[in-house]
Design a protein around this ligand. Sequence first.
Ligand SMILES: [Zn+2]
Length: 362
Amino acid sequence: MQKIEKKRIRTTGYGLDLLSALASCSSTILVREKSIMFTQSFLTPQPTGKFTNFARWPGRRIAHCTLVLLSTLVLSACSDNDDDLLNSSQTVSTRASGMLVTTQEANGITFHTLTAPETQFANSTHLIETENSLVVFDTQFLLPNAQDMRAYADELGKTIDRVFITHEHPDHFLGSEVFSDRPIYSLQSVSELISANGDAEVVEKQGDFGAENIASTYVVPQVVSPGTILIDGITFELEQVMDAEAAVQLVVRLPEHGVIITGDIVYSGVHLILAGQPASWTTALENLAASASQYPIVLAGHGAPADPGVYDVNIAWLTKAAELLATVDNGQDFKQGLVDAFPDLTMTAAIDFVLPLLFPAN
Ligand SMILES: [Zn+2]
């Protein structure tokens, strides 16, 4: 605990420094060809034979208030979708760290979603508050946000039963250091990928974002198998989904509460990072959509909590992206096509990030 307390102090006033780091990183990444340690798990063949590398996303300075406004709109839409499972009075607030906190209740338990600012990848992590415990999904990317998430969890005053890492991308496990005193689980191949690539991710991300923003250590998760488990009397259904945004993705359903935690199969209110193949990713979304009526609360890997309407938006985005990949020959047209088709989505940096990889000649 001493370690965590000490680091929590370092969160004070990090915002400006981080924005500077992101801004300088943004311009640096776009112009340089450094000999980087590409992590195999983030090199995913695209239909064109090109690659995306999730590890190199230049952050952009876009007003956080846009995300707040968008999230408010999303939440308003959610509240129109009430059914028997929902006893939702959703509340939204902002932490001093800049993270957006959305809380909502479903059938007697409380779901807390902490979403990083759009300039910091809008990573969403979820805390499920049962009667006696907390279950955490993903650990944030940047260390100050991870620390603030841990602080938020501690403020709730309940034992953190366990942490799940939904997939192996660095923005989901690099904050795991702050939960190193608690059991952390993932699917087997996710654990193996984190074990194989974690050290390189730390070195690379510290280089990009600064050692003050990326934890020096991380936790290789214990292995959990797909299936149904009970935590504090609540049913959690764990499913392994292949070849969506990531090669392997944990999806968790709480059938008694109508809540689904999708990881990065779903991006909510923001542009997608094209880190997987549109066709197989779309199939994964269609499979989630098939049970939409049973799961009115969708907790995404990026962006605010959503309703099942988010599946169609994601599918439409991937369809458009695939169409553009087949018809345009430069990054500007690719980006403009997506921005024009989805003017309500924020975080266009998600598109910028993949452009050098999709269109290396530009
Ligand atoms: Zn992610």
